[in-house]
Design a binder for this molecule. Structure first.
Ligand code: MLT
Length: 305
């Protein structure tokens, strides 16, 4: 017997190699697949064949998959929580440092200088003043979402000397301690926003988190705070972010998604969803879901769906 696994995105070969070819036929086009393995392809827009018995998401978020419909059909959706936590943490750290030292503006400033000699020296001096930064020790980082990524970020921020506040609807302060999350206090989202110099979002996109950071909540933030969104674009109201940037409330918005509204803004960094785009995270995620698919298809074991 051969299991047919359809891939909707490029999946790391390290992951696919967990599915032995004598047992698995793997291709991007297949009729009557037993399982689908994907990264961020949008399954809401596709007809999912009735033959599909399991779905493997080589990533953490499952908002690109109609999970409720699949549950009704008895199709488990496996994901890979934690497999990309280090990759996302490193990007969050880059965002903290980019913003605290005004690196994007400073870089652009130097790129655009055209003078030379004494005039250039004066412009460099002016840039030094204009792009003066702040240091991270003693600053407060608020983390919304204390899953694998949030906890990794908390530990890293703590080792940089930051105080770390956490919000997670599902985790109480005692649990956060038990998880060694490096979080000194677990708060409501409103309190977290009002007490943090930097806020980083790591909640999944579900009905309760869509638009979580809206105009009302942005008003609670400290003046010159930095907002980092490596979660999902829809968690933040972009019009409200623009207004907060222009009112001098937010100093930077750094997010992992392209945005037509925000493109070109001097204090916005938008990225092409790079959080999990490292060799290591792609391998880890693909291995984790391939192992789960295999367990399910061959033995009927369900873990982590
Ligand atoms: C995730 O949720 O883990 C990411 O969206 C993964 C990816 O980029 O595919």
């Amino acid at each position: 017997m051969t299991y047919k696994v359809q891939t909707l995105n490029n999946i790391s070969s390290k992951g696919l190699d967990r599915l032995p070819r004598e047992l698995y036929e793997i291709a991007s086009e297949l009729s009557r697949p037993d399982a689908i393995i994907l990264r961020s392809a949008n399954m809401h827009e596709m007809e999912i064949p009735a033959s599909v018995r399991a779905i493997g998401r080589a990533g953490a978020g499952v908002n690109n998959i109609p999970v409720a419909d699949m549950s009704k059909r008895g199709v488990p959706v496996f994901n890979a929580p934690g497999a990309n936590a280090n990759a996302v943490k490193e990007l969050v750290l880059s965002g903290l440092l980019l913003s605290s030292r005004n690196l994007m503006g400073a870089w652009r400033y130097v790129e655009e200088l055209t003078s030379s000699g004494e005039d250039l020296k004066k412009e460099v001096e002016a840039g030094k003043k204009r792009f003066k930064g702040i240091e991270l020790p003693g600053r407060t980082l608020g983390i919304a979402g204390l899953g694998a990524i949030g906890v990794n970020v908390a530990n890293a921020a703590q080792s940089l000397g930051m105080s770390v506040l956490g919000f997670d609807p599902g985790i109480t302060v005692n649990n956060a301690w038990r998880l060694h999350a490096g979080v000194s206090e677990a708060l409501s989202i409103d309190e977290l926003l009002s007490r943090s110099d930097f806020v980083t979002l790591h909640v999944p996109l579900v009905e309760d988190t869509r638009g979580l950071i809206d105009a009302k909540r942005l008003k609670l933030m400290r003046k010159n705070a930095v907002l980092l969104n490596f979660s999902r674009a829809e968690i933040v109201d972009e019009d409200a972010v623009l207004a907060a940037l222009d009112a001098g409330k937010l100093s930077y918005y750094i997010c992992d998604f392209p945005s037509e509204k925000l493109r070109g803004h001097a204090r916005v960094v938008t990225l092409p969803h790079l959080g999990a785009s490292t060799d290591e995270a792609e391998d880890n995620s693909a291995v984790m879901v391939a192992d789960q698919l295999r367990d399910y298809l061959e033995v009927g074991n369900i873990r982590n769906s």
